[in-house]
Design a protein around this ligand. Structure first.
Ligand code: UD1
Length: 375
């Protein structure tokens, strides 16, 4: 009989909770042991707790509360990257070391590209624990993004690279990492399809003041490159407020904080600011929308899976597959045709299936099992 494998997942930020949900279910279904460690990077209930309860993820076995040595950047007694990436990542790393040593798992699994990912990766390799990276091989080739440092460094540290797309495999091969790479598909498809089926039929306002029965767009903006510079953020918010359809802006705390700091009003013109939504409700709001405007990687893909036209407020994307046929378009908010792009109808040709079949989590668990056995 197959030995029970102990897998330790390190998660900390919203998109990681979404990816964790199908993985947690598949690990349990395969009869393996799963230790869930929450780094504390996202601590607001609307970015964290509602994902665990709404997605049926078991409570974390370990909830960390990293403390910064200088107390700088602490929000409500807790941490945020207001104090800098080094401080945030370092605090999480210090908190992770004893936990990873205590469980000594067969595999540490890290997700995506956040500061929690690189903290988990560093802790694992320093403790000589085998490391697997889910969503390996994505590249924006924009070295100004914190996520780009996190993904490149994590890929080079990991023993097993679980790639979501053929393009990601190509990137890894080009960096000499082909032998450690397996194409498994994208676990977000598993999560998105499940949520879509669960939420079918619900008719809820996506933000206060937005009629769900009439055409509307869903918008999210949270990336450092878009929020931290006043002029950049102002031009994005102006462009959204000037669109000819109501826009439900699901406002991340980082966006709210920077907008308040820069004196930018979020609730004006076509813009209706609301809170971030739990995953299944967000997927329901998305599937009824006329389209999406975002800088989130996850939303670009969810829009594609749900066949909604997406406008991405960035100069590049880690998900070039979504650009095919015009389902996703990269657009500058200051451009004269921004409004036309953001309100365009969906292309005639339906989206393809470059992200896999929705059975990725099961494949991930088989790969982890195989890797643990061959050690
Ligand atoms: C992080 C990830 C980003 C991911 C995003 C999803 C990094 C470098 N970035 O960005 O890749 O797309 O999560 O949401 O890891 N804050 C709160 N409450 C919270 C969390 C954050 O108020 O629960 C505020 C804090 O003031 C903090 C700021 O938001 O300084 C930014 O948070 P942080 O976790 O550093 O990055 P995100 O912008 O959420």
């Amino acid at each position: 009989m197959m030995r029970r494998v102990r897998i330790l997942s390190v998660v900390g930020a919203r998109p990681q909770f979404v990816k964790l949900a199908p993985i947690a279910a598949a690990v349990t279904a395969a009869g393996h042991e799963h230790v869930i460690v929450h780094t504390g990077q996202h601590y607001d209930p609307e970015l964290s707790d509602v994902f665990f309860s709404g997605l049926g993820i078991p409570r974390p076995d370990e909830q960390l509360h990293p403390v910064f040595p200088d107390g700088h950047g602490v929000v409500d007694g807790r941490s945020g990257s207001g104090s800098g990436h080094g401080v945030q990542t370092g605090a999480m790393l210090a908190a992770l070391d004893p936990i990873l040593a205590k469980y000594a798992p067969d595999r540490v699994l890290v997700y995506g590209d956040t500061n929690s990912t690189i903290a988990g990766a560093l802790s694992a390799v320093k403790l000589h624990l085998p490391l697997a990276h889910l969503e390996a091989g994505l590249r924006s080739f924009n070295r100004r993004m914190p996520e780009e440092h996190n993904r490149v460094l994590t890929d080079h540290a990991a023993d097993l690279l679980l790639a979501p797309t053929a393009q990601a495999v190509e990137h890894l091969e080009r960096e000499g990492l082909g032998e450690r790479t397996v194409l498994v598909g994208d676990v977000m498809v598993d999560a998105c399809i499940r949520a879509r089926d669960l939420a079918a039929g619900s008719l809820e306002a996506p933000a206060p003041g937005v009629d769900p029965a009439r055409p509307y767009l869903v918008a999210t903006i949270h990336r450092a490159e878009n929020t931290d510079d006043r002029a950049r953020l102002a031009s994005i918010i102006d462009a959204l407020a000037g669109l000819p359809v109501p826009v439900a802006l699901l406002a991340h705390p980082r966006l709210r904080a920077r907008a308040a700091e820069h004196g930018i009003e979020l609730d004006r013109g076509s813009l209706h600011a609301g809170a971030p939504m739990p995953y299944a409700r967000m997927v329901a709001a998305l599937s009824r929308s006329a389209g999406v405007v975002t800088d989130s990687g996850g939303l670009q893909k969810e829009a594609y899976i749900l066949a909604r036209p997406c406008t991405t407020v960035r100069t590049e994307t880690e998900w070039p597959e979504t650009l095919k046929d015009g389902w996703n378009v990269l657009a500058e908010p200051a451009a004269a045709d921004f409004s036309r792009i953001a309100t365009r109808p969906g292309p005639a040709r339906p989206p393809g299936r470059p992200f896999g079949d929705g059975e990725t989590a099961t494949r991930v668990v088989s790969e982890l099992e195989r890797a643990a056995r061959s050690r």
